[in-house]
Design a protein around this ligand. Sequence first.
Ligand code: KIV
Length: 265
Amino acid sequence: MDKITVPILRDKKGREKISALTAYDYPFAKWVDESGIDIVLVGDSVGMVVAGEENTLPVTMDQMIYHTKMVSRAVKRALIIGDMPFLSYQTSRKETIANAGRFLKEGGASAVKLEGGSSVCGRIAALTKYDIPVMAHIGLTPQSVHRMGGYKVQGRNERDAYQLLADAKSVESAGAFSLLLEGVPISLAKEITQSVQIPTIGIGAGPYCDGQILVLHDLLGLCAGPHPKFVRGYAEIASIAQNAINRYREDVESGKFPTLEEGYV
Ligand code: KIV
């Protein structure tokens, strides 16, 4: 199978749906890649689903590079996108370029993602100028959790919807090669998708985007719910893992493990 590149993804718009998933470490990234998925996003959601943080704000650049390296050792085909963590691109243009560059130079990613619309267009243009492809992310942007007052669907009223449509067009003009739409009404996601030439990737944005992404740990049932209604659970790994660990502990405590056959003579 051909390696997925930025031009290949751009070309899929209007022709083929784009599949995307997050991954944060070697074994999971390998399974995700072997499924034939198009995009592996090393999301800053790692802070919540792996590190147990309450939100994504504490995630650092060093942590993101550590996880991106693990993922890029495993992924042979998918396009790897590194997610720029909170305050890695907001403070200055110079820091934005240096941090984004780390994802490509050290992490082995082929692109970065950053949250925001018109307000980050200068940053998107700067990165694009230096050949660092950017996926923009608008709508429910988790790094804005405090401004939004929680993880709430965005663009529900006419003014906000208009702003999101304007944001989508601005990030496209600034050079973003794709656009992640999170937590927006179905009709707005459809209108945005029809209004830009770059592919839109939805999460909680309905069926009319050019592609779809989920957080891997949600899809696998690795994290305790309740999950938002856009999460479709394809497995319940948490209960399988818990059951195995419980049985191991019981076997050790009752002297059933290890047996003589499980030792060396
Ligand atoms: O960090 C993340 O996992 C994301 C999701 C919206 C896919 O940005």
